[in-house]
Design a binder for this molecule. Structure first.
Ligand SMILES: Cc1cc2nc3c(=O)[nH]c(=O)nc-3n(C[C@H](O)[C@H](O)[C@H](O)COP(=O)(O)OP(=O)(O)OC[C@H]3O[C@@H](n4cnc5c(N)ncnc54)[C@H](O)[C@@H]3O)c2cc1C
Length: 290
């Protein structure tokens, strides 16, 4: 299949996916699956194809005139993205100190010592790393930055359709920092980064802290919201969420592709654990061989 091809929809036999439909050179082509269909189009495009193929929240599908094959409200839900801040900037003590790139040094930390694993990650970067909202804060001289980040967010967003056609874009609502815990943890990360950046180890490099400076909690919250930029780590997560069962994309960490081929759609759900996936593959093999 040419990489320029677009996977448009999944044809069905009842509730069973039988292949994929592709528009190539302006023509619709169908490919029949020999064993199974694995959708692995990333966290945004995978739910789009599922929904436009009739698998998703029935209300949303019907509102776009899409026939419902399986009501599965988790499709498109539970979208998550790490939080990255572009705004903690220091001016070099001397212009000739500027060197290095982005991400030469990093650290992981916990916003709360009671956490089992770190939820914060920051990088040291050369240059003034500032969001569009904070671009006016760039110092006149060469600068360096620390980029606070939240890597275990609780906030969840949603991918929604805007239409039934493959050319219709999706509505992506990352909804980051909507949970108070995420906001508090991210503010804590800024405090930590300021402590590091203003600490003794960096003193010889630093003329002054350009941004955000010693602000109070209200200003710090505004700073966090203005400094937030994409981390390009979006994905969709697992079972047991309030929106119910769904799918997941094959992205970071232990994510699994949405596997639909020889499964009924009632089973086309998350395969979170290796064991479950292994069992599933065994069952598939039995199914194929039998
Ligand atoms: C700038 C940047 C830096 C990153 N840095 C890191 C990092 O340092 N560490 C890290 O772990 N992660 C990093 N990531 C995130 C990581 O790259 C992604 O999370 C990961 O690639 C997602 O994998 P995926 O298979 O789900 O989706 P993708 O890699 O996006 O793969 C989806 C594929 O499906 C194709 N596709 C989509 N729609 C269709 C369609 N309709 N028909 C046919 N094909 C289609 C796309 O062209 C693409 O090739 C970074 C991302 C970016 C953008």
């Amino acid at each position: 299949m040419e990489s320029a091809s677009r996977r448009e929809a999944c044809p069905f036999d009842g509730k069973r996916v039988t292949g994929v439909e592709v528009v190539r050179d302006g023509k619709l082509e169908q490919f029949r699956a020999g064993c199974e269909v694995v959708l692995s189009l990333g966290a945004i495009q995978t739910p789009k194809i599922l929904m436009q193929s009739g698998i998703g929240d029935s209300g949303q599908l019907r509102s776009f005139g899409i026939g419902v094959i399986q009501h599965l409200p988790g499709v498109g839900a539970n979208l998550q993205e790490h939080v990255l801040l572009a705004g903690c900037v220091w001016e070099y003590a001397r212009p000739d100190q500027s060197r290095g790139a982005c991400g030469d040094a990093t650290f992981l930390a916990k916003s709360d010592p009671a956490l089992a694993t770190p939820d914060l990650q920051a990088f040291v970067a050369n240059g003034p790393f500032l969001s569009a909202e904070l671009s006016g804060q760039a110092p006149a001289g060469p600068a360096w930055s620390i980029t606070p980040g939240l890597v275990r967010p609780q906030s969840r967003g949603q991918v929604r359709l805007t239409g039934a056609k493959h050319t219709d874009p999706v509505d992506i609502d990352l909804n980051i920092l909507s949970q108070g815990a995420d906001l508090r943890a991210t503010m804590e990360c800024v405090r930590l980064c300021r402590e590091v950046g203003n600490g003794a180890a960096f003193r010889s490099l630093t003329k002054r802290e350009a941004c955000p400076g010693p602000v109070g909690d209200v200003e710090l919250e505004a700073f966090v919201r203005n400094a937030a930029v994409p981390f390009w780590h979006y994905g969709q997560d697992g079972p047991g969420r309030p929106v119910g069962r769904g799918w997941q994309s094959s992205r970071l960490w232990h994510r699994r592709p949405a596997r639909c081929g020889r499964l009924d759609h009632a089973e086309c759900d998350y395969r979170q654990h290796h064991g479950a996936l292994r069992d599933h593959r065994r069952a598939l093999r039995r199914d194929t061989e039998g």
